[in-house]
Design a protein around this ligand. Sequence first.
Ligand SMILES: Nc1nc2c(c(=O)[nH]1)N[C@H]1C(S)=C(S)[C@@H](COP(=O)(O)O)O[C@H]1N2
Ligand SMILES: [Mo]
Length: 197
Amino acid sequence: MYFGKEESKKDERVPPNQVVTKKWPVLHYGNVPYYQDLGEWDLRLFGHVEEEIRLTYEEVMEIPIVRLQNDIHCVTGWSRLDNQWEGISTKEIFKKVKLLPEVNYVLIHAEEDWTTNLPIEDFFKESSLLAHTHDGKPLTPEHGFPLRAVIPHLYFWKSAKWIRGIEFIVENKPGFWEKNGYHMHGRPWKEERFSWD
Ligand SMILES: Nc1nc2c(c(=O)[nH]1)N[C@H]1C(S)=C(S)[C@@H](COP(=O)(O)O)O[C@H]1N2
Ligand SMILES: [Mo]
């Protein structure tokens, strides 16, 4: 009998110093927005782009849906496996806006001026999406309704809830938690938790 490989594969599924939870904790700074209607809601694609784009909620919902399953890893130490997301691939955002060649980073803007920064390759990775549905149900307000980023290969603080804008930038710029000591990149397998890691 041979156990070795399967066992080590299982271990490798969860990044170092993370504990798997079946529950889905709610974590954020600031207030949960409770939208009465989405008439005023928009998603701005701006920064170093040929022309700024503003997508209404209807326009976002017309974009073809992608379904992706992944594991999420919060920097506070919990991981949740096999999340099923529906939303739009970040590749669809790439099709909507013409980026200027000097763009290297993305700053995701959420309600209440909350932001998070990441390299452009991470944002446009195959597994990155802007989600509206989790495990078959629409996102609750607490988890990011109507639209949140899901960047599963980075610590979950990069997955902004209540997103309102994607800014394409040249020089890297810290977002909300990054200004408060969290890592500029945040790769769980390298345990990039804090800027001094
Ligand atoms: N807009 C916004 N998005 C946010 C945050 C926040 O404070 N504001 N917190 C981040 C952090 S630290 C985590 S761990 C995840 C938590 O998402 P959840 O509450 O759906 O589990 O959201 C991320 N997205
Ligand atoms: Mo977090």
